[in-house]
Design a protein around this ligand. Structure first.
Ligand code: ADP
Ligand code: 3PG
Ligand code: MG
Length: 393
C-alpha cells in the first residue's frame, strides 16, 4: 500500500506540492463544462488546509503547444475560491523566484494554484530541470491526479523523485474501487471505447482483449477499425498508423475468440454543407464526416450492455458537446444506467457527458480517470503511482 496523506505528520506550515488533475472539459472560449474533477479534489485540499499546510496546487489543462490563454487555470481558481473563501490565490507563473516569493508570503492553511504545467516544454518531456524547479517549491509532494497517472510527465512522475511523497484521497479511492472491480470481475465483461485519443488508447484497447469478453467501439476510435474491415468512412479521421493497429487488433480478437463490435450506422454531416446539417446514414460516403453513432448502433451496443455482468466505458461515442451529436452517448448512458451490470464510466469528457445525460446517479462508479482507469483495468500499472513511497502496513 502506498503512503497516503494520512501518514504525513507535522504538516503545519509545510509547503505541499499537490498535483491535481484539473483537466476539465472546456468550450472554445475556455468556459468550464463540468466540474467533477475539481469537486473530487476538495477533500484532499480541505484536509491539507485544516492541517495548516501551505497548499501549492499544480495541474495540466488540455494539450497546449506553449502558452495559450484559453487553457489557463485561472478560471479553476475561481471555483476553488467558492469552496475556500479568502484562502485561494492564483499564480500566472508555474515555477521560479516569483512563485517562491508568493509561497513565502502565504499564510498557513492557504492555497496557491499554479498556471498550467503544460505551458512548459519540460512537462511532457519529463525534463529533470523542470521537475526539480517544481520540487524546489515544496517540502512534500502529494499525487492526487489519478486521471494523469498513466503519464510519465515532470509534474506527476519526475517530481516524485526529488521530494518525500504520498498519494491523496482521490487516488486512494480510485485505486481501491478499481482493484475491487478487477478482483470481483463479473462476466460477461464488456468494454466500451470512444472519444478521440485514438493514438493513446488503441494500445490499451489491444491489451483489453485478454480481459473483456466483448469490446464496443464508437466515437473517433471506430473509424480506423471500420477502414480495417473495408468500410468507407468518408473523410472521418483515420491515420494509416491507427488502421494498421486496428487490423492487428481485429486479428488478435479473432484468435482469442473475442468480439469487437463496430458501428453499423452513423450521424454524419457533409463536408461541403455550410449549414452542417446532421443526418443518419448506414454508409459514410466520400464527402461525409461521422460525428455520432446512429440508432441501429445504439440498439446493437444496447443488446450487449443489457446482457453484461460488468461494463467499463471510456470515451464519448460522438461529439457530445454539440446537441445534434449527443444522442448516441446519451442513449447508451441511459441503457447502461438501467442495466443490472456493475458499471464504471471513466474520463473527463465521458463523465461530463454522463452527467449531462442525467443518468450519472445510476452508474456504480464515475471515475476521474479515462486513460488511467482503462490502463489499470487491462492489467497495466501506473508509473506515477509506482514512484510513490510505500506506506507503513
Ligand atoms: P475522455 O475525456 O472521457 O477520456 P476523450 O478525451 O478521449 O474522452 O474524448 C472526448 C472527445 O472525443 C470529445 O471532445 C468528443 O467531441 C470527441 N469525439 C467523440 N466522438 C467523436 C467523433 N466521431 N469525431 C470526432 N470527435 C469525437
Ligand atoms: C485525461 O483527461 O485523460 C488526463 O487528464 C490526461 O490528459 P492527456 O490525455 O492529455 O495526457
Ligand atoms: Mg478528454
Amino acid at each position: 500500500m502506498k503512503r497516503t496523506i494520512r501518514d504525513l505528520v507535522d504538516l503545519e506550515g509545510k509547503n505541499i506540492l499537490l498535483r491535481a488533475d484539473f483537466n476539465v472539459p472546456i468550450d472554445k472560449v475556455g468556459r468550464i463544462l463540468d466540474t467533477t474533477r475539481i469537486i473530487a479534489e476538495i477533500p484532499t485540499i480541505k484536509y491539507l488546509v485544516e492541517k495548516g499546510a501551505k497548499v501549492i496546487i499544480c495541474s495540466h489543462l488540455g494539450r497546449p503547444k506553449g502558452y495559450d490563454i484559453r487553457l489557463s487555470l485561472w478560471p479553476i481558481s475561481l471555483i476553488l475560491m467558492k469552496y475556500f473563501p479568502g484562502k485561494v490565490q492564483f499564480s500566472h507563473k508555474t515555477v521560479g523566484d516569483e512563485v517562491k516569493a508568493r509561497i513565502e508570503s502565504m499564510s498557513k492553511g492557504s492555497i496557491l494554484l499554479l498556471e498550467n504545467t503544460r505551458f512548459h516544454e519540460g512537462e511532457e518531456k519529463n525534463d529533470t530541470k523542470f521537475a526539480k524547479e517544481l520540487a524546489s517549491l515544496a517540502d512534500i509532494y502529494v499525487n492526487d491526479a489519478f486521471g494523469v497517472c498513466h503519464r510519465k510527465h515532470a509534474s506527476i512522475y519526475g517530481v516524485a523523485r526529488f521530494l518525500p511523497n504520498a498519494i491523496g484521497f482521490l487516488v486512494e479511492t480510485e485505486l481501491n474501487v478499481i482493484s475491487q472491480a478487477l478482483q470481483n470481475s463479473r462476466k460477461p465483461f464488456v468494454a466500451i471505447f470512444g472519444g478521440f485519443k485514438v493514438k493513446d488508447k488503441i494500445k490499451v484497447l489491444k491489451n483489453m482483449l485478454s480481459k473483456a469478453d466483448s469490446i464496443l467501439i464508437g466515437g473517433a476510435m471506430a473509424y480506423p477499425f471500420l477502414v480495417a474491415t473495408w468500410k468507407s468512412v468518408g473523410i472521418s479521421p483515420a491515420s494509416s498508423e491507427s488502421i494498421t493497429q486496428a487490423q492487428e487488433i481485429l486479428l488478435e480478437a479473432e484468435k482469442l475468440q473475442k468480439r469487437i463490435i463496430l458501428p453499423i450506422d452513423h450521424i454524419a454531416i457533409r463536408a461541403n454543407d455550410r449549414r452542417q446539417r446532421a443526418f443518419v446514414t448506414n454508409t459514410l460516403e466520400e464527402n461525409m464526416i461521422g460525428c455520432d453513432i446512429g440508432p441501429k448502433t445504439v440498439e446493437l451496443f444496447g443488446n450487449e450492455i443489457r446482457k453484461a455482468g460488468q461494463v467499463i466505458w471510456n470515451g464519448p461515442l460522438g461529439k457530445y458537446e454539440e446537441p445534434k451529436f449527443r444522442e448516441g452517448t446519451f442513449k447508451i448512458a441511459e441503457i447502461l444506467a438501467n442495466s443490472p451490470c456493475y458499471s464504471i464510466v471513466g474520463g473527463g469528457d465521458s463523465v461530463s457527458a454522463v452527467n449531462k445525460s442525467g443518468k450519472a446517479k445510476m452508474i456504480n462508479h464515475l471515475s476521474t480517470g479515462g486513460g488511467a482507469t482503462m490502463h489499470l483495468l487491462e492489467g497495466g500499472s501506473l508509473p506515477a503511482i509506482d514512484v510513490i513511497q510505500e506506506g507503513l502496513e
